[in-house]
Design a binder for this molecule. Structure first.
Ligand SMILES: [Zn+2]
Length: 98
């Protein structure tokens, strides 16, 4: 009986999350990947910033107060996720942290 209640609440939670405006099909390339908490690093000289994959908050090294200089990234530093979106979506995306 307790298990049934848990599954039921869990499904409601996932339904709400799937309607979140930040979710735009990222599960195709971010589901189950390993993420690394690190300082923002630019991946090329031609590109000085990135955006959170979910909420589009900017990552940069410029030191602007609105920009983030730390977050969760894939091993190749190609995809960046801010801490808030990481906390909100870590259960759905089943990320591994190293
Ligand atoms: Zn975000």
């Amino acid at each position: 009986m307790l298990t049934l209640i848990f599954v039921c609440c869990r499904e409601i939670l996932i339904m709400i999350d799937k309607n979140d405006w930040r979710l735009q099909g990222q599960e195709k390339y971010l589901k189950g990947v390993t993420l690394y908490l690190k300082k923002y690093i630019k991946i090329s000289d031609a590109w000085d910033h990135d955006h959170c994959e979910f909420c589009w908050t900017k990552f940069s090294l410029e030191g602007s107060p609105d920009d983030l200089d730390e977050g969760y990234a894939t091993k190749d530093n190609y995809h960046w996720i801010c801490k808030r979106c990481f906390d909100d979506f870590k259960d759905i995306f089943q990320w591994k942290i190293t």
